[in-house]
Design a binder for this molecule. Structure first.
Ligand SMILES: O=C(O)CCC(=O)C(=O)O
Length: 295
């Protein structure tokens, strides 16, 4: 569905200085359910991953011929949306095989923030997500939702959403409903777009949004409502990443440790990687309380 209208907005507030005062960081996390960090990650590293994902886009014919791949200009004849469309599935399997896509989820800059927030060791879920949004696909923008619906397990799970390249507002970043985690689990209904469900939100929600740059990261509680903004750029692909984390001592649902979508096994994802790559199955060395999803 196209994004819901945002009557009240607030700009992205960089909380990097609060890393020096963990009590303030935790207080803000509890109050607002969202933490935005400008330039938390090495922008060059994020851009290098962006280039790899764009190469996959190019391989699948999604980039306009004769343009620089870095600019991410979409092939106007190739609008594909996230779904079971075989074109999307073939593309997404190739993205899941990118080693640096999984490695970025383990970046020490992210883990350090979350260790401080949780006050204990972190379990990065390995079900890492990449989203590629075509221009003129507003009817399929990610509807407002709470990630807990999809993740289950600990409500103390946080998502880190990362723009993969600069995402000015016109390209459609992420809008986050401030303090909406305090509303608890909201009713959800069927909707178009990734996830296929949306929560019903009041008009008085204050949406935090703005221009994102490569290297930025926004952290949100698993009950914080958020939505993808429409890509109104006219011609560019919007690339972003969603990684999830929880306190390691909390129960984790088994599918949080499987490749996103379940179209590939880990052995298929890891095909061609170094045998001793520490990114492979890193969670298997942890003592975890894993439970199965109810049928
Ligand atoms: O990038 C987007 O459009 C939204 C992604 C998202 O909200 C999610 O994966 O939970």
């Amino acid at each position: 569905m196209a994004m819901v209208q945002m009557r009240h907005g607030e700009p992205l507030n960089d909380v990097t200085p609060w890393l020096k005062d963990i009590d303030v960081l935790r207080w803000s996390a509890r109050q607002e359910g969202v933490l935005f960090f400008r330039n938390l990650l090495d922008a060059e590293k994020v851009n290098a991953l962006r280039s790899q994902i764009l190469s996959v886009c190019d391989k699948h014919g999604w980039l306009e011929k004769g343009t620089s791949p870095e600019s991410g200009i979409a092939n106007p004849d190739a609008m594909v949306v996230e779904s079971r469309d075989p074109r999307w599935m073939a593309f997404y399997d190739d993205v899941q095989r990118i080693r640096d896509f999984h490695a970025l989820a383990l970046d020490p800059a992210i883990i350090t923030v979350l260790e401080a927030l949780f006050g204990e060791a972190v379990l990065p879920h390995s079900r890492n997500i990449c989203r590629v949004v075509f221009p003129d696909s507003a009817s399929h923008s990610t509807p407002p939702h709470q990630d807990n619906l999809y993740i289950g397990g600990s409500e103390q799970t946080w998502t880190v959403w990362i723009p993969c390249g600069d995402i000015p507002e016109s390209l459609g970043g992420l809008a986050v409903g401030k303090a909406t985690h305090r509303l608890g689990r909201l009713e959800d209904v069927k909707a178009q777009g990734p996830g296929g469900r949306q929560v019903v939100v009041d008009d008085d929600v204050v949406w935090v949004h703005g221009d994102y740059a490569s290297g930025d990261a926004i952290f949100l509680h698993s009950l914080t409502v958020h939505q993808g903004c429409d890509n109104l750029s006219g011609d560019r692909l919007r690339l972003s990443l969603d990684y999830r984390y929880q306190p390691r001592s909390h129960p984790v649902r088994s599918d949080s440790l499987l490749p996103h979508m379940g179209w590939l096994t880990w052995d298929e994802v890891y095909d061609g990687w170094e045998e001793d790559d520490p990114v492979r199955r890193y969670w298997e060395g942890y003592e975890l309380n894993v439970f199965e999803r109810e049928a």
